[in-house]
Ligand binder design. Structure first.
Ligand code: SF4
Ligand code: MG
Length: 331
């Protein structure tokens, strides 16, 4: 497998009136072609800030630094704004949560897709339209030839999300970053959209970085998972392994908070407390105020992200990771 995205030591710091606020701290991340990696975290964990930094779409008040930030062989750190813009849509693209606001309401779907092909592939109007019809069929829009002149508001939420995905894959990017792509959709449609992403990355050999707060989404499609908390990766590993044997108390608590159909009482085990504000992080382990495993050391010493002694592909940032996950959390 070839590496589509390589990130080492990514940090994003916001300049605010109250001083610098670290939103992302020292994140390492790889996604190979054909691979789907989930970046899992609550809102404010830094996952979206990391995604925007990779796309070159950080807010004006953000300072982005990285030791490595590469799309294929292209160093994204040294690109001009203009070249970065050119890469977006062609070699990497973003799928947002809100398809309605991401699509142009006054252009038909055919015109929006056709414009991409005419501009970047130099196709004639007719050929661009034919390519757009093909693409809509590929993302599961029924009777695409008949729908091609329709406007975004004439489609359902799920169909609009498919159209957004069509636009994202139109120019065959190496990398897609999908930021909460199914959050606005109901559960059935959500599953269909995830299945579509899953199929496309295999068929087109694309790397997909899926940003989500939803463990259900992760277990559905991810090959690997990186769990973020307070701007840092606190656990990483293969999805199967991480979800069945969490090595960080935060992941374990997230797993316990997932509602299960087979659980009689239907009571959720929510994590007590809330994540720290990036401006005001606790000393030591950032999770310690909410952690059931907390010991004195946790309040003073931040645990580094270390590979597991039994599995080099598993990483956790916890002083007690060896003791976590031995209690069956699912069931
Ligand atoms: Fe909990 Fe301590 Fe591990 Fe942090 S280092 S997750 S506080 S046990
Ligand atoms: Mg977000």
């Amino acid at each position: 497998t070839s590496r589509a995205l390589e990130v080492r030591g990514l940090s994003v710091t916001f300049t605010t009136r109250r001083g610098p606020v670290p939103a992302v701290v020292d994140v390492d991340l790889d996604v190979a072609r054909g691979e789907l990696v989930a970046l899992l975290g609550e809102s404010g964990s830094g996952k979206s800030a990391a995604a925007r930094a990779i796309m070159g779409l950080s807010d004006r008040n953000a300072t982005v630094t990285a030791d490595t930030l590469k799309l294929g062989d292209t160093d994204l750190r040294t690109l001009s704004e203009q070249r970065h813009r050119k890469l977006r849509g062609t070699r990497m693209s973003l799928v947002f949560q809100d398809a309605l606001s991401a699509l142009n309401p006054v252009l038909s779907i055919g015109d929006q897709l056709g414009e991409l092909f005419r501009e970047h592939r130099d196709l004639s109007r007719k050929a661009a339209r034919a390519a757009a019809v093909d693409l809509l069929g590929q993302v599961g829009i029924p009777a695409p030839a008949r729908r091609i002149s329709d406007y975004p508001h004439q489609f359902s939420g799920g169909m609009r999300q498919r159209i957004l995905i069509a636009m994202a894959i139109a120019l065959r990017p190496e990398l897609i970053i999908a930021d909460e792509p199914t959050t606005a959709l109901d559960v059935t449609v959500q599953a269909q959209i995830l299945e579509l992403l899953d199929t496309l990355r295999r068929d087109l050999d694309m790397a997909v970085l899926l940003i989500t707060h939803d463990l259900g989404v992760v277990s559905e499609v991810a090959d690997r998972v990186m769990v973020m908390y307070a701007g840092r990766v606190v656990e990483a590993g293969s999805a199967d392994d991480l979800l069945s044997r969490p090595a960080h108390p935060y992941t374990e608590a997230l797993l316990r908070s997932v509602p299960r159909a087979d659980r009689r009482e239907g009571r959720l085990h929510a994590i007590s407390g809330s994540p720290p504000s990036p401006a005001n992080q606790p000393a030591g382990c950032p999770f310690h105020p909410r952690c059931e495993y907390v010991v004195d050391d946790c309040r003073t010493t931040r645990p580094p992200l270390l590979a597991s002694t039994v599995n080099a592909a598993r990483f956790a940032a916890c002083h007690r990771s060896e003791e976590v996950g031995h209690v069956a959390v699912a069931g």
